[in-house]
Design a protein around this ligand. Structure first.
Ligand SMILES: Cc1cc2nc3c(=O)[nH]c(=O)nc-3n(C[C@H](O)[C@H](O)[C@H](O)COP(=O)(O)OP(=O)(O)OC[C@H]3O[C@@H](n4cnc5c(N)ncnc54)[C@H](O)[C@@H]3O)c2cc1C
Length: 324
């Protein structure tokens, strides 16, 4: 979720003013961690991104609401960052408040009849932790997502999926908070999912989800998960620093294959390189930057268009850093 609100007074307000206002006005109403000028390259899997004016990790919903109201009052832009595994953050950083829901990390059973189980899952839970939790207990539905990094929140926003399963298969409802701090529950028919997209994006932060799983056997599920991870290890650069797939697959085509056929494997801008293992991944080979990444995207898009006439659509989300 990325919102950009331009406010003339904010432009004049420096980082030390923001810190002072926060401490003076709401310091005691906030439980959590707060950092000023935190480098976002430390919070993205491709290790790019400059400093955030504010980087906050609230401990509870009240503290989150306090932060949102502080940001809202000042016209501060707000960005929720999950695992940072599908985003490219500007080298200039983020002029506003970046929120991490890392402390929203509860998984709880809410219903457990014979054939299925319902879980309440907070969105700061790492997706792999939820997958392991389900596999160990024999809850089927997301074992095919094994190996996808990031959080449950990011997975819902992008409808993450692999090997024929997607997070939408198990999501029954979600609880969201808007930028004014209003919390509400959205049932499954009030939002939709598409290929690597959901309709949840506009101005809403997902706090938790209610998920439904079928019962199966842990051994069966762990067998499937092992198969998925070994196929991934053979075909994707999992140990390299990347932001996942750069482009969505066009109808009936694989973006990676189009990029490979256009001769882009190994193509480079600065320290960002098109992976030689899977061409739809760009790798940070050292000190790559967001501007290198964007430059490489332009080069690849032009080559692919020239070669096949296909215009590639980005899957990664590019987070702009500055107010206009
Ligand atoms: C090596 C590698 C392999 C990958 N393999 C796959 C794959 O097989 N399949 C697949 O689908 N993806 C894959 N990905 C992409 C990525 O891991 C997923 O899209 C992941 O679900 C993103 O989650 P995140 O927490 O990192 O989100 P982030 O990258 O932090 O954020 C993504 C977007 O979601 C928003 N967001 C995050 N949390 C919330 C929230 N609680 N409320 C509102 N908005 C929120 C952010 O603002 C941003 O717009 C891969 C990535 C890597 C690096």
């Amino acid at each position: 979720m990325c919102t950009k609100l331009v406010n003339a007074s904010l432009k004049r307000q420096g980082m030390s003013d923001i810190r002072e206002s926060f401490n003076n006005e709401i310091g005691t109403d906030f439980r959590g961690e707060i950092m000023y000028g935190e480098m976002l390259s430390g919070h993205t899997s491709i290790a790019v991104g400059g400093p955030a004016d504010m980087y906050v990790l609230p401990y509870d919903a009240v503290s989150l609401k306090t932060c949102l109201m502080f940001a809202n009052d000042r016209g501060l832009a707000v960005l929720v960052l999950g695992g940072g595994t599908n985003v490219i953050v500007d080298d200039n950083g983020y002029r506003g408040m970046v929120i991490s829901l890392k402390h929203f990390n509860m998984i709880k059973t809410t219903d457990d009849p014979d054939e299925r189980v319902d879980l309440f899952v907070e969105t700061g839970v790492p997706l792999q932790r939820l997958i392991n939790y389900c596999i160990e207990r024999g809850y089927a539905g997301i074992e095919g997502l094994t190996g996808i990094p990031g959080t449950v929140g990011g997975a819902i926003i992008g409808n993450s999926g692999s090997f024929g399963q997607e997070i939408r298969d198990v999501v029954e409802s979600i609880v969201v908070i808007n930028l004014s701090g209003m919390i509400k529950r959205l049932e499954r028919d009030e939002f939709s999912f598409g290929y690597r997209r959901s309709s949840v994006e506009q101005g809403l932060i997902i706090l938790s989800a209610n998920m439904r799983f079928k019962k199966s056997e842990p051994e069966v599920l762990s067998g499937k998960a092992s198969e998925c991870i070994s196929r991934k290890k053979n075909t994707q650069p999992l140990s390299e620093r990347s932001a996942g797939c750069v482009y969505m697959n066009p109808e009936g085509r694989a973006a990676g294959m189009l990029i490979e056929e256009a001769g882009c494997k190994g193509m480079r801008a600065g320290d960002i390189e098109v992976s030689r293992v899977h061409a739809n991944y760009f790798i940070n080979r050292g000190n790559g930057t967001a501007s290198d990444f964007l430059k490489l995207m332009k080069m690849v898009e032009a080559r692919v268009f020239e070669h096949s006439g296909v215009s590639l659509e980005p899957e990664v989300r590019v987070i702009a850093g500055k107010h206009e």
